[in-house]
Design a protein around this ligand. Structure first.
Ligand SMILES: [Zn+2]
Length: 102
């Protein structure tokens, strides 16, 4: 989709600090982190809302977000990792993964 910042990151047209990438998704560090390790996971194919994605893609995003959350929690030694599924401010589905402590 034109003028979508996350499509451009997925395509490599805008640089990002990628921490994970496969055929379907990319994860990269948030440029305005709310906590150390704050990561965003996005699908490579443009989709605004998580629940409108094809099942194989949304299933894959959930599997990868679990894996990333486990790794982030271990790396940053936080009590948990918060996951927020967004699509409103930036109209491309993204899952925030934010290491947190209670
Ligand atoms: Zn997009």
């Amino acid at each position: 989709m034109e003028n979508c910042i996350f499509c451009k990151i997925a395509a490599g047209e805008i640089p990002a600090q990628k921490v994970y990438e496969d055929d379907m998704v990319v994860a990269f560090l948030d440029i305005h982190p709310k906590a150390p390790g704050h990561t965003l996971l996005i699908p490579k194919e443009h989709s605004r809302w998580f629940y409108q994605m094809p099942d194989p893609l949304s299933d894959h995003m959930f599997r990868i977000s679990k894996k990333l959350a486990q790794e982030l929690g271990q790396t940053h030694k936080t009590e948990y990792v918060r996951l927020n599924i967004m699509g409103d401010e930036i109209a491309h589905t993204h899952i925030h993964l934010i290491p947190q402590s209670l």
